[in-house]
Design a protein around this ligand. Structure first.
Ligand SMILES: C[S@@+](CC[C@H](N)C(=O)[O-])C[C@H]1O[C@@H](n2cnc3c(N)ncnc32)[C@H](O)[C@@H]1O
Length: 188
């Protein structure tokens, strides 16, 4: 990761979980409060399987995972921000459900896993942060075993547009920096 946007994501926006949590509070209050519980229930996790949560953030999926998500998953939590890796590990440990947990500082475009080694590879609300989303997708496909699952969750375009509008009104000009989840390079 070399450009300014990558550095901004790693060192400012996602340095610690607080900014992400501020956005999550808005989603919980004005959107779907059970989003991560619903999402986890939609993914067909196999008992005893290896799951890579790439761009895991603070581990919200695991905080809210319903009881029928198997407790014997091997979790590989990957994020490019040390603050997020630490937060995700703390979240998962606090849940006291999974014991095989590895929290890893890593890049979605160079995952630290061998080919075909992951049963379920997740990229939740993160692929649009990559300067080359296709490379991230290819990497998920590389590490997923044949017949495994690759699950990608994106935001619809215009997500949080109302909030951006309010910010622009308050500033009297477009905000200096693109909204963190704005799709780039035409990626939807
Ligand atoms: C919008 S947050 C989503 C976090 C989590 N998946 C969730 O849904 O709550 C995006 C996450 O992707 C991480 N991220 C951004 N670029 C990354 C990269 N190249 N490799 C790994 N993680 C990255 C950020 O540090 C941040 O934690």
């Amino acid at each position: 990761m070399t450009n300014d946007e990558d550095r901004y994501l790693r060192e400012v926006q996602y340095r610690f979980p607080d900014r992400l949590e501020a956005r999550a509070i808005l989603h919980r209050r004005y959107g779907r409060a059970d989003w991560f519980a619903w999402l986890a229930s939609e993914i067909a996790f196999t008992p005893g399987s290896v799951v890579a949560d790439v761009g895991c953030g603070a581990g919200a999926l695991w905080r809210d995972a319903p009881r029928d998500v198997p407790d014997d998953l091997a979790l590989r939590l990957v994020d490019s921000s040390p603050g997020m890796v630490a937060a995700a590990e703390a979240t998962v440990r606090a849940a006291k459900r999974w014991s095989d947990v590895d929290a890893i500082l890593g890049d979605a475009t160079a995952l630290p896993f061998p080919d075909d080694s992951i049963d379920t590879a997740l990229a939740i609300h993160m692929l649009y942060h990559l300067s080359d989303p296709a490379a991230g997708l290819a990497e998920l496909a590389r590490v997923a075993r044949p017949g495994g699952i690759v699950a990608v969750v994106l935001n619809r375009s215009g997500t949080m547009a109302e909030l951006s509008g309010l910010l622009e009104q308050a500033l009297g000009r477009p905000s200096a920096r693109p909204a963190p989840c704005r799709p780039r390079m035409g990626w939807r």
